[in-house]
Design a protein around this ligand. Structure first.
Ligand code: NAP
Length: 277
């Protein structure tokens, strides 16, 4: 397959109208004066395979994948990175010139880079992480935390058996905590991570009692609408170091953009402003 004159990329999901990924990739294309485009692709589950196989023949050099296709796409890819295999989901596809469809997962990279930038004094090895939620995003984050050497992950999820399943899969480093007990383990945390959708615009607030949080604890929310969630506002008032979730979205986009368009893009304030606009 020859490289197209105008390389295209996009984000595949259903629904997809809300995705901010085009704002980010189009900003980078313009900023680095690169030829290319990035579009939203609404694809039904039954059409996923035929669409993914057709895109490279239409000038696409890759794609992001989002809900509900992150797991299904693994069955279509020819090559799956170790990280994506471990997480059981991919968010980035690279359509190679030799026709190979390569699947990777950059969510954990995005999460870690965001937290390391926002809380540079956080040492992952220094103590336990409390993780709220056991959905798709939590899987990537748990793998990244374990990789970084976090000694213990205290995991609380409304549906306890989903947390138990992650413990069975990812090992003894995870201790499952009852959802209603989550507030009682915060004293032990050096970092608290909300991976649930609670606190997002249109969703209920996160009601976990935060009194146990110590000043200086890192608190991050992967929800980024609103940017300052109720959790982050309360944690900041208690003297915690807070990191919002927008940076995770922005940093997870970096490896894909670099592979597709040949330029490693920067995440900075101007990009944040462009994506929030
Ligand atoms: P998901 O797989 O659907 O998981 C949703 C999680 O939220 C589950 O743990 C679920 O618990 C919990 N939850 C939902 N409603 C709840 C409620 N009323 N009470 C208690 N827990 C509740 O979704 P996901 O893909 O992991 O995404 C989670 C959130 O992260 C979304 O808001 C998404 O937009 C955001 N996100 C952000 C980024 C970023 O780059 N910043 C990346 C990925 C996702 P149960 O298991 O009990 O249902």
């Amino acid at each position: 397959m020859t490289r197209p004159d105008v390389p295209l990329a996009g984000v595949i999901g259903n629904p997809i109208g809300h995705s901010r990924s085009p704002l980010m990739h189009k900003y980078w294309l313009q900023r680095y004066d690169l030829l290319g485009d990035y579009v939203r692709l609404q694809v039904a589950e039954r059409d996923l395979e035929s669409v993914v196989r057709t895109l490279p023949r239409m000038g696409f050099v890759g794609a992001n994948v989002t809900i509900p296709h992150k797991t299904a796409v693994l069955k279509i890819a020819d090559f799956i990175s170790d990280r994506a295999t471990l997480i059981g989901a991919a968010n980035t596809l690279i359509f190679r010139e030799d026709g190979i469809i390569h699947a990777d997962n950059t969510d954990g990279y995005g999460f870690m880079t965001n937290v390391r930038n926002g809380a540079p004094d956080w040492d992952p090895k220094s103590g336990p992480a409390v993780v709220l939620g056991a959905g798709g995003a939590a899987r990537a984050i748990i793998v990244a935390l374990a990789d970084a050497g976090v000694p213990q992950i205290l995991l609380a999820n409304r549906t306890r058996n989903k947390a138990e399943a992650l413990r069975a899969e990812f090992g003894q480093r995870i201790t499952v905590v009852d959802w209603v007990q989550a507030g009682n383990v915060l004293e032990e945390a050096v970092i608290l991570i909300n991976t649930t959708s609670l606190g997002m615009t249109g969703q209920p607030e996160l009601r976990v009692p935060l009194d146990g949080l110590r000043p200086g604890t890192v608190v991050t929310d992967i929800v980024y609408t609103p940017l300052q969630t109720g959790l982050l506002q309360k944690a900041a008032a208690m003297g915690c170091v807070t990191v919002d979730g927008l940076g995770m979205l922005l940093h997870q986009g970096v490896p894909g953009f670099e592979r597709w368009f040949g330029q490693r893009p920067e995440v900075d304030e101007a990009l944040r402003a462009a994506v929030l606009a």
